[in-house]
Write a protein of this length. Sequence first.
Length: 419
Amino acid sequence: MEPSEHLFRQESGRIVAALSRIFGLDNLALAEDVTQDVFCRALEVWKLRGVPHNPPAWLMKAARNRAIDVLRRERTARNLVPELGRLLNSEWTMVATVNDLFGAETIKDDQLRMMFSCCDRSLSEDAQVALTLRLQCGFTTAEIAGAFLSKNASIEKRIERGKKVLANSKRLFDFGDAELPARLSAVHRTLYLMFNEGYHGASREMPVRAELCNEAMRLAALLLENARVATPATHALCALMYLHAARLPARVDANGNLVPLARQDRALWNRTLIARGNELLDRSASGSELSEYHVEAAIASLHSGAATDDDTDWDRLLWLYDILIRIRPSPVIALNRAIAVAQRDGPESGIAAIGAIPASDQLASYPFLPAALGELELRAGRVERARNHFEAAAALARSPMERRFLELRVEAARGEPQR
């Protein structure tokens, strides 16, 4: 049995958070180096002895031991966190202190504090989110660039600037800080993008990465456990995740091909998750705040309540999309709205709505823009145009699974039997 990428991705955020609490944020590079050393050691040992029964516990123990080794070697050469310096500089108290800092509840708190530490207001929100996705969610540069529809080089610059700002913070964010509400927005967006990368992402290995969705839901649940950040928007974000996660069993067919919402077998949807999502959505209405997550969760709830695609209340859905675009203008949201227009008013209206999308050049490399046009042209009976759009979409596919899905649509436009 080989250790999964997900295991290292998930544990990376926990270990970096714990080590940053011990070493201080100004020694973030040291925390990252130790984390990498732990993973390399795990690969060596597990290759010889096999993966242990409890891999996360093994990794945490290894990280704790490496932290103690580093403290013994470098404690006089580095400035440690002020409130821990005395405890960590004494051999009598160092081991006990490190053991306490690697306790499950402490790490959970530190991971949440680390997310807020990454969201320093001197950084742009995009830089805050990119930094959090890298340090706490284990995202690669390419994955972050895909989430932002940006270039790798631009993302690297944001992350490096973010690390420099983070180093000046010295210690993890304190929940008593007056900046808490201002930073919560970026934390929400980070978890939203993380979930989306699992649900809609461009992984080369699989079309849906349920482990990323589950990790985003786990981290979001940490917010709900803390009264200071369990806001209506937090409840709405969690509701959105539950409602989308309910559809994961139907996202891929028996052959591993992506299945769009309209063609999904709704009997496979998880009704328990839908009920939990609707419950969280109801709780999110406790205040006067209306966030993008409220609206997206309402859209997801509307879909989950329809017995078939044709039974969807498209009038209400378009009303919700109009609200969503006012709250957060986005060409991707505008594209989804255009598809809803087509469902209600027909393919010609949908094509016109796509043509009217502002800043549509941001979707130049987004395969589901030509894919949507292909679907609408096919519905309108213009088969050759549909095929051209599907071929263009397949050329832009971000993964083999996306390409396979789009090639099947090319075959459909040619009238070839589906395989």
